[in-house]
Design a protein around this ligand. Structure first.
Ligand code: IPE
Ligand code: IPE
Ligand code: MG
Ligand code: MG
Ligand code: MG
Length: 344
C-alpha cells in the first residue's frame, strides 16, 4: 500500500494543470501517461477489494459468484472507480491544504492516499454497477455482443439466465457494500447518488432510449440527452460520490459535478468515435456495431471531424470546471485528457 501511495504521488507530480491546458504533443503524452499510472494505482485498490468479495458471500451459489467475478475481474479501464477515488483525494487534499498550509503546498504531497471504508466501497460499488450495465448491455436482447474486456461475454460463458442473474447480483452487492462499509448518514447519501444515477432517469433510462429502434435521436439535443443518461450519469455520480465521501464543500461538489457532466459526454462521444475507427483488438470488444445496429451516434450525426471537435470542447469545459482547484486536481486534469485522447 505504501508502494501504491508513492506511485500515485509520482503520477500526480508528473502532470500539471498548466500542461493540461496548453497541451503540446509531449505534454499530451506525459499527461496521458500520468493518467494511466493513476488509473492503474486506483485499479489495484479496487481489485484488492474485489478479491475479498467471494469471502463475504459464503452462502451464495459458487457458479453465481464465479459469473460475477468473471466479468468483474476481467480488467477494463476502471475509469469510474478511479474518478470516485481521485475526486475524493482531490477534495481531501484541497481541504487539508487550506486548513493546514494555506500557501505553496508542493505538488506530490499525498496525505491519506490509501483508500478504505466509504470511498473504497463507493468506488467498488460504482464499478459493480458499471459491470452489471455491461453484462446486460451485451445480452442478445440488447446489443448482442460476444466479446467484452477481451473475453467472451458473460452470457457466452455462463448462459443468458446466469448473466441476467449475475448482473442482478452485482446491483444488490453494490448497495449492500456501501451500507456495510460506510457510516449510516454517509451511506444514505452515497446510495441515493448511486441509485438515481443508475435508475430510470439515469443509465437504465438512457439504455431504454438507446434500444428504441422506432424513435432514434434526430438532433444533437436528443442525442446529448441519451448520452448524458446512459453514460454521463454514472460518470457524474462517480465524481459526486468521491466528493461526498471527502465531505467536500458545496462549491467543490458543484465543480466536480460540472466536470463529471462534461467528461461523461466526452466519454461517450469518444466511445462512438472508437466504435467507427478502432479495432476489436484495441478495444477488447466488437467495433463497427453502432452502424450495424442503426444506432445514432455523434460521428453519424456530425461526421468524424466535428465529433472529435465536440469531444475537445467537452474536454475544455471539463478542465474549466476545475479552475477552483489547484495542483490537487492535476490527476483529474490528466484523466480528462486520457478520456478524450485514448485509443482503448
Ligand atoms: C464501456 O465503458 C461502456 C460505455 C459506457 C461506453 P468503458 O469503456 O469504461 O468499459 P471498461 O470498463 O473499460 O471495460
Ligand atoms: C453502453 O453503451 C452504455 C452502457 C450503459 C453499458 P454502448 O453499448 O455503446 O457500450 P459498448 O460500446 O457496448 O461498450
Ligand atoms: Mg448499448
Ligand atoms: Mg454495447
Ligand atoms: Mg459503444
Amino acid at each position: 500500500m505504501k508502494q501504491q501511495s508513492k506511485g500515485i504521488s509520482q503520477a500526480r507530480s508528473r502532470s500539471s494543470g498548466t500542461e493540461a491546458r496548453h497541451a503540446t504533443g509531449d505534454d499530451r503524452s506525459r499527461s496521458s501517461q500520468a493518467a494511466k499510472t493513476l488509473l492503474q494505482q486506483w485499479a489495484e485498490a479496487v481489485e484488492g477489494y474485489f478479491g475479498q468479495l467471494p469471502a463475504r458471500y459464503p452462502a451464495a451459489p459458487p457458479r453465481l459468484v464465479e459469473a460475477v467475478q468473471y466479468s468483474l475481474m476481467a480488467g477494463g479501464k476502471r475509469l469510474r472507480p478511479a474518478l470516485v477515488l481521485e475526486c475524493w483525494h482531490a477534495c481531501q487534499r484541497a481541504n487539508s491544504i487550506h486548513d493546514r498550509a494555506p500557501t505553496h503546498s508542493p505538488a506530490g504531497i499525498n496525505p491519506g492516499a490509501t483508500p478504505k471504508g466509504a470511498p473504497l466501497a463507493a468506488a467498488a460499488a460504482m464499478e459493480l454497477i458499471h459491470t452489471f450495465s455491461l453484462v446486460h448491455d451485451d445480452l442478445p436482447a440488447m446489443d448482442d455482443d460476444d466479446l467484452r474486456r477481451g473475453r467472451p461475454t458473460n452470457h457466452k460463458v455462463f448462459g443468458e439466465a446466469m448473466a441476467i442473474l449475475a448482473g442482478d447480483a452485482m446491483v444488490t452487492m453494490a448497495f449492500e457494500l456501501i451500507c456495510t462499509d460506510a457510516e449510516p448518514a454517509l451511506a444514505a447519501t452515497l446510495v441515493r447518488e448511486l441509485a438515481s444515477a443508475t435508475g430510470p432517469a439515469g443509465m437504465i433510462g438512457g439504455q431504454v432510449l438507446d434500444i428504441d429502434e422506432v424513435k432514434r435521436p434526430e438532433n444533437l439535443e436528443e442525442l446529448q440527452t441519451l448520452h448524458r443518461m446512459k453514460t454521463g450519469a454514472l460518470l457524474t455520480a462517480s465524481c459526486r460520490m468521491g466528493a461526498v465521501a471527502a465531505s467536500a464543500t458545496p462549491h467543490q461538489l458543484a465543480s466536480l459535478d460540472r466536470y463529471g457532466r462534461h467528461l461523461g459526454l466526452a466519454f461517450q462521444i469518444v466511445d462512438d468515435l472508437l466504435d467507427q475507427t478502432a479495432t476489436p483488438e484495441q478495444m477488447g470488444k466488437a467495433t463497427g456495431k453502432d452502424a450495424a445496429k442503426g444506432k445514432m451516434t455523434y460521428p453519424m450525426l456530425l461526421g468524424l471531424e466535428e465529433a472529435r471537435r465536440q469531444a475537445g470542447q467537452q474536454l475544455a469545459s471539463a478542465l474549466n470546471s476545475l479552475d477552483g482547484f489547484g495542483v490537487e486536481a492535476d490527476g483529474l486534469r490528466a484523466m480528462a485528457h486520457f478520456v478524450v485522447e485514448r485509443n482503448v
